[in-house]
Design a binder for this molecule. Structure first.
Ligand SMILES: *Cc1c(COP(=O)(O)O)cnc(C)c1O
Length: 398
């Protein structure tokens, strides 16, 4: 019998990304009880690794049982109460998801929009914060739907000047992009395990600073979600070790191993690797005559490279051929970009020079069969030059 998923795929979509063999091995470790002291030690170690990855000293740094969206929902329902005002930056699919969740939590949502493919304007966010007393500013750092990286360094201060907290979605950026939770004064931040952290999907790392903890403690009403109530989950992860729900033990084995790999590589080196490989891919794609979504390099997300689908090419057919002929998965567009772009993910283990070459080669092959004139060799020559220059600079730096 063919086991589903037995055939290996190169996962170059917006997640899940391929995982290291050590993470796969961790998943097959014998189970422990979720209140076993040995397992509690593993949770402690996971929390320490998460603090290093988030660059924070926040005691309340945990992983929610659930995917990135569970992290999003938990943060929103704990930080917002019915009637609270929230300013949400929306320049893509995941900002829209935040709005939907905040509305369901009964919050008053003030939307600050930017075109899909552009960053949010800090001036617009400030204006919205100044209009009225606001509890929370929520923004996405890495908009996976558009490949835009939102600068965050001044947003924490902007929010605090207006008496608001700031919440950041780092689902597609944690472990692949610079994120300074403490230095940038981010009050709460969540991610997902299956993107730049290269762990299977199923956990949502998150961190809350003392200011966010206080806001949760001072709530007038109970959080409407029992499962995602941070105060209850905190009692399990930290102080009392009180049973709340059964932790997904195997997933935590895997996450600890994935985070250990992040530390072994070094966070800075890892971020640099993501930046370099995405730059190399963008250079190669330009030689192939393929266009990105936006032009402003300063806001390019290092984990996702969007490609405008050229006129006359069928989205599904090209992705299908990549999968069948090459064993490669790339992503399609979401929301208003559906059928208009492809998205190549270079996340975690997937962000390699080899994968950059492979996707350029395979994409040129698939498009070439449908008459696209540009050749893979020319693109590969340019990316090879790009890497050679990087190596020269690194060698000179010693
Ligand atoms: C993937 C993603 C999410 C949602 O994560 P799931 O694991 O799919 O639930 C949220 N925000 C961003 C920016 C993402 O890329």
């Amino acid at each position: 019998m063919q086991i589903e998923g037995k055939k290996e795929r190169i996962l170059l979509g917006p997640g899940p990304s391929n995982v290291h063999s050590r993470v796969l091995r961790a998943l097959s470790s014998p189970l422990l009880g979720h209140l076993d002291p040995d397992f509690i030690n593993i949770m402690q170690e996971t929390m320490s690794f998460l603090r290093l990855t988030f660059k924070t000293s926040n005691p309340l740094t945990i992983a929610f049982s659930g995917t990135g969206s569970a992290g999003m929902e938990s943060c929103l329902v704990n930080l917002l109460e019915p009637g609270d005002r929230v300013v949400i930056g929306i320049n893509g699919f995941f900002g829209e998801r935040m709005r939907e969740m905040a509305l369901r939590a009964g919050a008053e949502v003030r939307e600050v929009a930017a075109p899909w493919g552009s960053p949010l304007d800090p001036g617009d966010l400030t204006t919205a914060l100044r209009e009225k007393k606001t509890k929370l500013l929520a923004v996405v750092q890495g908009e996976t739907s558009t490949g835009i990286l939102q600068p965050l360094d001044e947003l924490g201060r902007l929010a605090h000047e207006q008496g608001a907290l700031i919440l950041v979605d780092a689902a597609a950026s944690l472990g692949g992009c610079l994120l300074e939770t403490d230095f940038w004064e981010l009050d709460a931040c969540y991610s997902g395990s299956q993107k730049a952290l290269s762990c299977p999907p199923g956990l949502a790392p998150a961190t809350f600073n003392p200011r966010a903890e206080e806001a949760i403690r001072n709530r007038r009403h109970k959080v409407q979600s029992w499962y995602l109530d941070v105060s209850l989950i905190q009692d399990y992860w930290t102080s009392g070790r009180l049973y709340h729900h059964t932790a997904p033990v195997s997933m935590l084995f895997a996450l600890r191993e994935a985070l250990r790999l992040v530390q072994e590589e070094g966070l800075e080196k890892r971020i640099q690797r993501h930046r370099e490989n995405s730059q190399a891919l963008r250079c190669g794609l330009a030689v192939l005559g393929l266009k990105g979504l936006s032009r402003d390099e300063a806001f390019f997300l290092p984990t996702i490279v969007p490609i405008r689908i050229p006129e006359g090419f069928d989205d599904g057919e090209v992705r299908g051929r990549l999968r069948k002929d090459w064993g490669i998965e790339i992503g399609g567009g979401l929301g208003e970009l559906r059928g208009k772009i492809w998205r190549v993910g270079l996340m975690g283990e997937g962000s390699t020079r080899k994968n950059v070459r492979t996707i350029l080669h395979s994409l040129a092959d698939v498009l070439g069969k449908c008459g696209w004139p540009e050749k893979a060799e020319d693109a590969l020559a340019v990316t090879d030059d790009f890497y050679r220059d990087l190596d020269d600079v690194a060698a000179k730096a010693g």
